[in-house]
Design a protein around this ligand. Structure first.
Ligand code: ATP
Ligand code: MG
Length: 645
């Protein structure tokens, strides 16, 4: 491994004031696994019936809170209204046009309850009830959250399909779970443009046999879209139904009843249908949301992810609402109606907690900090990052320009499969190191092992595993126990194999190094692509970088760097030399890229992650395979031309 890492140097101790007032207590880390979660379960959730046992663990199958009964919607909505918080704002709804739009509005917990009850009553008329699966294919509008909660209220499992996916993806996922009903919207409003939504779904469903019998359409743009026998507008469906909560009580669900199914984002291959059940998942997201982001009664929280990803499920819908937290829900994109729309939102609502991805932060860096000027971001107390390792440079920019030079950044590591955050700094406790997720959450036991199962020493990159179960862990892959066992539980007999590389530093802090498959071996030295990328983005002209390897007769593998430049910077031979020198300086000569490919952008999945499998294929000169989850397939075509030319 390289001697010097990109994260070397600066540390940021916690603010003593925050240490005094933080919800999370250092003692929690010492607690026994069952004791910790038992305590949290009693404190944070309302149960219709108590559980008999905290955990039944028969590797790889976990059951949490065995025998308990509860309802996720009740915990996210009804109990807050009953407890006197009905008038508290649940959602600051910001439409595509931004916070100044006349369509911007607030939804209180009481209003949310009535909307959920109405939709649930409507769905009941279509035969939806306990155990009847529902598909949701929507953009970031409040009805998407309402739809998830209405399903949870009825005990109907949902599967949300990201609104930017094709109709084919919708049909595949709905048919797999055997959804009877699909909820969608007429059109998608993003970046000032109306795009197809409902007709996409039609195209997908009409291409073959489908289990979907009814499509519920939410009116958003108001466009005159084709409606047929199968379709009904939500406002028609609910025109005569009651919005009285007593007309539609929350279904008592078993702790281990299916809450939802969600597919992973597919950056490494065919998406996997991840199964999440009710009690453990809900408790995991509620507890982590509360403790990692230090949520207080007056917090204003904004998770800028999409409902279509696990981050949206856990940290837009279930976690924040179960905590009775006020959230921003933004329909649009970072650059519209102006490049300052995010900063306007934070200013207008006094956002105190912002949770987003390195990709989004990088796009703001690319746009420039001048767009922040004139907006008051002093309300920000805590920042969060998720989705990919965050380069130290990006971390520093985020803290400096968005966090006012003081806000701590919670770099949260987790997966669709884990359900909630597992490795993260803790507010008021952890001394922060840029670019590192650092520490396990209470009850979580990570280890870093080599392929033979030996625990590795400091600074050695190995496989991240988890040796203890946690409440939000996936229960299996839908209808595919074999793939579940194979993928996650066969590499080691006693631990969950996350598929990510990691290493400990001298203080015992964990650094995530990207996926295992992203380690490059040059002349017998294992280098993480993430480290090389961090070195490349240190160069002032570089906006983003991704690294892959090709076979090399002399060195085993040789590094290929794909680089996008800031503004109108041009990729010259001189710059290529400068970049190779930059990497040599910060990591070592053997990490120098053999080839640098300049591009306007990098191939990204719709969840904003770089699709590394493609870069690997490009580097190796192999077939590209499925590119359907890419935002812009032309980016790869352009790269391919350069590789060949
Ligand atoms: P697929 O599993 O289908 O290939 P995916 O892994 O991108 O897709 P997700 O479950 O959305 O799907 O992403 C989880 C992965 O994201 C983690 O395994 C890890 O590689 C990466 N990740 C998430 N958060 C962090 C973080 N804070 N630091 C480093 N990596 C992270
Ligand atoms: Mg994954």
């Amino acid at each position: 491994m390289s001697e010097q890492t990109a994260t070397e140097g600066k540390t940021y101790p916690p603010d003593p004031e925050l240490s005094k007032t933080a919800n999370v207590r250092p003692e929690m880390k010492e607690q026994d696994l069952r004791e910790f979660w038992d305590e949290q379960a009693k404190q944070r959730l309302d149960w219709f019936e108590d559980y008999d046992e905290v955990l039944d663990w028969q590797l790889p199958y976990a059951k949490w809170f065995v025998g308990g009964k509860l309802n996720a919607c009740y915990n996210c909505v009804d109990r807050h209204v009953e407890g006197g918080k009905g008038d508290k704002v649940a959602l600051h709804v910001v439409p595509d046009d931004g916070p100044d739009s006349p369509e911007a509005r607030d939804i209180t917990f009481s209003e949310l309850q009535r909307e959920v009850v109405k939709m649930a009553n409507g769905l009941k008329e279509l035969g939806v009830g306990k155990g009847v699966p529902v598909g949701i294919y929507m953009q970031m509008i409040p009805e998407a959250v309402v739809a998830m909660l209405a399903c949870a209220r009825l005990g109907a499992p949902h599967t949300v399909v990201f609104g930017g996916f094709s109709g084919k993806a919708v049909a595949e996922r709905c048919n797999d779970l055997e959804c009877k009903v699909l909820i969608t919207q007429d059109e998608a409003m993003r970046g000032g443009k109306a795009g197809a939504q409902k007709t996409n779904a039609d195209e997908g469903l009409d291409a073959g046999p489908t289990t979907v019998e009814k499509i519920v359409v939410v009116r958003r743009s108001g466009a005159d879209i084709p409606m047929n026998d199968r379709d009904v507008y939500l406002h028609d469906l609910t025109a005569n139904v009651s919005d009285d909560p007593e007309s539609c009580p929350c279904e008592p669900m078993d702790s281990e009843d299916l809450l939802f199914l969600l597919y992973t984002s597919g950056s490494t291959g065919k998406p996997k249908g991840v199964v999440h059940t009710t009690a453990g998942y809900l408790l995991g997201v509620t507890t982590t949301h509360n403790l990692v982001f230090d949520v207080k009664d007056d917090s204003v929280y904004w998770c800028a992810a999409d409902i279509g990803w696990i981050t949206g499920h856990s940290y837009i819908t279930y976690g924040p609402l179960a905590n009775a937290c006020t959230s921003v829900l933004f329909e649009g994109v970072p650059g519209y109606p102006g490049k300052d729309v995010w900063w306007k939102i934070i200013d207008k609502y006094g956002v105190s907690i912002l949770y987003t991805s390195p990709t989004a932060i990088k796009s703001h860096m690319k746009a420039g900090e001048q767009h922040i000027e004139g907006h008051d971001l002093s309300s920000i107390k805590i920042l969060g990052s998720v989705g990919e390792p965050i380069n130290p440079d990006v971390w520093e920019w985020y803290r400096e320009h968005v966090g006012g030079g003081t806000a701590p950044i919670m770099d949260t590591w987790w997966q669709t499969e884990t359900g909630h955050i597992l490795i993260t700094p803790l507010p008021g406790i952890t001394t922060l190191k840029p670019g590192m997720a650092q520490q396990p959450f209470p009850g979580v036991r990570p280890e870093i092992r080599d392929d033979e199962g030996n625990q590795l020493d400091v600074e050695q990159t190995g496989n991240l595993v988890l040796t203890q179960p946690w409440p939000g862990m996936m229960r299996t892959l839908y209808k595919d126990d074999e793939r579940f066992k194979d993928t996650y539980w066969s590499k080691y007999s006693d631990a969950y194999f996350a598929g990510d590389g990691a290493k400990y530093d001298a203080d015992g802090d964990i650094q995530l190094m990207g996926r295992i498959d992203d380690v490059v071996n040059v002349s017998g030295h294992r280098l993480s692509t993430f480290e090389v990328e961090s070195a490349l983005v240190e160069h002032a002209d570089v906006a983003e970088a991704a690294v892959a390897a090709r076979k090399d007769d002399d060195t085993g593998q040789a590094i290929i760097a794909f680089v996008s430049l800031k503004g109108d910077k041009q990729g010259t031979e001189e710059l290529e030399q400068a970049l190779r020198e930059q990497v040599a300086q910060s990591i070592g000569k053997l990490a120098r890229p053999a080839t640098v490919i300049f591009a306007n952008d990098l191939p990204k999945t719709r969840s904003g992650k770089i699709m590394r499998r493609l870069l690997k294929n490009l580097a190796e000169g192999e077939e590209l395979g499925d590119t359907s989850t890419l935002v812009d397939p032309s980016v790869v075509e352009e790269m391919q031309k350069q590789m060949n030319g």
